[in-house]
Ligand binder design. Sequence first.
Ligand code: PLP
Length: 825
Amino acid sequence: MLSTGYPINTLCQILNGTFLQEGKEDFVRHVETDTRVLDGRPHSLFVAIVGPRFDGHQFLWEAYSKGVRTFIVSEDVDLNHFAEASIIKVDNSLKALQRLAIFHRGEHQIDVVGVTGSNGKTIVKEWLYQLLYRDKHIVRSPNSYNSKLGVALSILLMNDSHDMGVFEAGISQEGEMECLEKMIKPNIGILTNIGAAHEDGFRSDQDKALEKLKLFTHCPKLIYCADHDLVHNAVASLSWEKKCKTWGWRAGSTLQLLDVAKGNKAADLRGNYLGVDRHLKLPFNLDASIENACHLWLLLLELGYSDKVINQRFNDVSDIPMRLEILVGVNGCVLVNDAYNSDLNAIGIALEQLLLQPKNSKSTAILSDIVIPNKVATEKYMELSKLLKTKGIERFIGIGPNLQRHKHLFTGIDSAFYTDTDSFLQTLRKDSFENENILLKGSRAFEFERIADRLQEKTHETTLELDLNKMSDNLNLIREKIKRETKIMAMVKAFAYGNGSYDVARLLEYSGVAYLGVAYADEGVALRGDGIQIPILVLNPEPSTYDAIIRYNLEPQIYSFRTLKLFHKALTDWGYEGSYPVHIKINTGMNRLGFDLHEIEELGDLLRTEKIFDVVSVFSHLSGSDEPDFDKTTEDQVAKFETAASFIEQCLGKSVIKHILNSNGILRFPQYQFDMVRLGIALYGVSGNQVTRSELLPVSKLKTSISQIRQVPKGSGIGYSPKALLDAERTIAVLSIGYADGLARKLGNGVAEFWVNGQRAKTVGNICMDMCMIDVTEIPCQEGDEVEIFGDHISLYEISEKLETIPYEVLTRVSERVKRVTIQS
Ligand SMILES: *Cc1c(COP(=O)(O)O)cnc(C)c1O
């Protein structure tokens, strides 16, 4: 959002573009790249970004129909469709956007803090905001927008009212930082820390450190922890000592730590800064949080803040993880719980997240007072009111004295105001919210987590948590392994491999996969009900569901002459006019569904004359793509497939989409990707191939909690029909998960280990229907603590090996009563 706006002609010059057409609007003020969140504001500029995830050119018409009249494109477009628009063509839209960001940064000579490092970037950025918002009007990257696109969009949020910027930069490859540096141009730098190089695909730790440091090439001041040898040596190799301000135990640090005393949820820090003793009391005591705080402690000292103010400000900072969660709410509600700091920009971004939730059509926002100086309060609350209206929010709940004071500004929206969180909670009833998408976003002091707790559905404490960001990373990793033009069909059968298909399908559609694959028609119907519009292939189309398939525009797999005839009949009975998209399945050795090779000739003859079918694709399925023992079979299957597919293409007189690879096929035989691949388990972070295991991120976490802890004396048994009695007194924790939740009974009696407060705990006794027991004698824990059944620490591989099965089964076995939750970490 550019407050001043850019005249279109200037814009074209800055971008070095050429007009394909000049339209009516004379300037632009808002930059958009995602049509789903367009709200019809005038003076919006739509930039058609071509990324590995999507091609923005596919959405030009949607943007135009939503009122956008200025476009940046990198391809020719059919001007007939965009009569009133200005269309500027550039070589590369992302680069053009970056050029605009660089220019825009140059127009604003304010202090800009650039933050990079492996961990803690977002926290440091958000804390800095929290520490300084009282004195400065700060613009910062929303959420964790830190990629090339994210940084460009963040920089473009800067306007004349800001007097400080805080932006984070994240890189995953060498060579990326230079471009981020040009846009951010920090004059104060913070390097949080550097993790191991192999985690991010760098050749060495040194390379990684040097690449990150590029953010500070032209920056006169850099803050980092002197105790990190890697960083310290990298800085030394650049001879940057002069511009560095360091903190740490190392002698000679600008802020030298003298003592760190950890207490209960608190830490007392003592340090020496420029010869003077300094104290800082923090309201938390985790090492990582203390480290993040120290960067900012030093920064505040450098900015001349007194001990007293620094301590007051840190007192409000909380180390609760900042993230945006999408939760299942009560009464069919969807809860978007956004813990990032509140300001108007951040609220705007959060409202956009809310609009992306298609489940309910009604949108509600629950917001607290925003942190702004009093003198601009009226103006800002007016802006907020306008923002809520343009985003189509139907119901607004404002919590805090300031909002209450300004409630007259919110006419035209169904709204209610409360002075504090408690008075809101007192009026909250079970049925206060129904079938609404609810945004929950409040400043720390308002403790909105208490509202989230009340509005979140709690049917059963056990949840299967799916991390959409990690899934998206897995998708991108797979994309790097295939050609750009190869399409992806993402398999979301069986409730998205047990994870809950709804958010997953949304993400995949947004990420630009070409197709979704489901097993049964009703799964496809449900996806259409959720608003999914991309083509959906049904792998097991039962003839009784053909009408639903046609009604909901699903595409069946045709695997035999019988199904061909039946579907033909269904189409004629329906009165279908035109050619219906179908997919022909060939059996090349799996010996499940499919036409055999000897049937292909007859099939080809049939399809040649049959106009009611539009054969979109021909495909087959590999039977052993994960195991080298079957490589010969795989080669043989591919050869048969090629023969069959090319024969069918000949008969049809056109080429079709050909596909045979599943996840392990993609990882091991990328040479057979043909026109499309069918991506399943790898999306969910599981690979059959040892080598790629470490590249994929585990996406699903099954977790539960401790219901009760008891001391059980020597000689006692645990649970039903104990196999053995305790040989010593043990501490036993009872967990709220049992075989009815999908936890295999075989995992009892010490077979499985679960993760409790950083340690492994073995099961004891038999697994019951709704509960099981673990031994926590050596593990400090309390009732209510979280226990991971599988996830980041206990891998799906480990559990499936213990069950002598495959991860697919473990995932899909998690029963329906286990609550599905999606998060974006
Ligand atoms: C499930 C399925 C896939 C995906 O398999 P993964 O091993 O999970 O990648 C691909 N094709 C077909 C026909 C399937 O049924």
